[in-house]
Design a protein around this ligand. Structure first.
Ligand code: PMV
Length: 319
């Protein structure tokens, strides 16, 4: 059935940043994320006489088509399916700018693939299939908060819902400082990260960080959640800087945004940041402070686009 499948992006509060198995996309650590309501991808898979990929209405021919079809061919082989496909995707999120476009892209693609071949798969199976396209996509099957347990092999590495309808007052302001695609893919960054002397100690802390974040969510403790998320993101970016060779996704504007969050927080308005594989910054805050924080960001970053988000839903089938 040619169904359009919608998947929302997710932002990791405890990050996945290292692969145990690159081909199967098995991670070195478990991760935990928040699914967003405003950023999502709609994808439809239809019959075709040749493989074609359309993104936001325009046909793709280069590496993005290659990545999509490498993935679809893996799924076809695994699930015993054949035939050429036409993939039509619309991204309601900037592509490849560290705003988690691949999480929604591959979750929607996995869902649309299964719908096209009328494969009945559980959400757990779908999470495993999405993982093969992009690790973070395993978490976009669910709404609210999701955990991707690292597992030990293909069968045991999948995400599950921690809380799909959280009561916590948590807003995320996505500050798009730069819409350019990132200079280094997350796969590239992840392959360099383990050379940092801080990587193994960070890995050793993973279960502890995950448990603390889970508890903060269960306790509806915004402050603790924000502190833990900011620390975890800083750990990831410190690892990048100290890798051999070192690198960073930060741009001057990223540092300026970090300083502004610190300044606003020092003034008594509680907010925290998290940053992924790109220069853009996501601010975690509570509803009552959204206006003031936005005002301060708009006045310092004239050209920044700020999108206010809260919890989004899991994967859905539109027609
Ligand atoms: O799934 P990928 O390859 O897009 O990697 C995601 C990496 C981070 O966004 C930095 C962290 C995460 O867990 O989403």
């Amino acid at each position: 059935m040619e169904k359009t499948v919608r998947a929302h992006t997710n932002i990791a509060l405890i990050k996945y940043w290292g692969k145990a198995d690159a081909k199967l996309r098995l991670p070195l650590m478990s991760s935990l994320s928040m699914t967003l309501d405003q950023f999502y991808t709609d994808t439809r898979v239809v019959k075709s006489d040749q493989d074609r990929f359309f993104l936001n209405g325009s046909e793709q021919t280069g590496s993005s088509k290659q990545r999509v079809f490498d993935y679809l061919h893996v799924l076809q082989k695994r699930l015993g399916q054949t035939g050429h496909l036409r993939v039509e995707s619309t991204n309601h999120v900037p592509t490849a700018a560290g705003l988690a476009s691949s999480s929604s892209a591959f979750a929607a693609l996995a869902g649309a693939f299964c719908a096209y071949y009328k494969l009945e798969v559980s959400r757990k199976e779908l999470s495993r299939l999405a993982r093969l396209g992009s690790g973070s996509a395993s978490r976009s099957i669910y709404g609210g908060f999701a955990i991707w347990q690292k597992g030990t092999d293909d069968a045991s590495s999948y995400a599950y819902a921690l809380d799909e309808k959280p009561k916590l007052d948590l807003q995320l302001l996505a500050v798009e400082l730069n819409q350019q695609p990132k200079f280094l893919s997350s796969t590239g960054g992840m392959s360099q990260a383990p050379s940092s002397p801080f990587f193994q100690p960070w890995l050793a802390r993973n279960q502890e960080e995950l448990a603390a974040m889970t508890k903060a969510i269960q306790d509806n403790d915004f402050s603790r959640l924000g502190q833990l998320a900011e620390l975890n993101a800083n750990e990831m970016h410190a690892i990048n800087l100290t890798a051999a060779p070192g690198f960073t996704y930060f741009e001057p504007a990223t540092i300026a945004a970090i300083k502004l969050v610190q300044k606003i927080r020092a003034s008594g308005i509680e907010c925290y940041y998290t940053i992924d594989a790109g220069p853009n910054v996501k601010i975690l805050c509570q509803l009552k402070n959204v206006k003031e924080i936005t005002k301060q960001f708009v006045s310092e970053f004239e050209n920044a686009k700020i999108v206010m988000q809260s919890f989004g839903p899991g994967i859905s089938y539109l027609d």
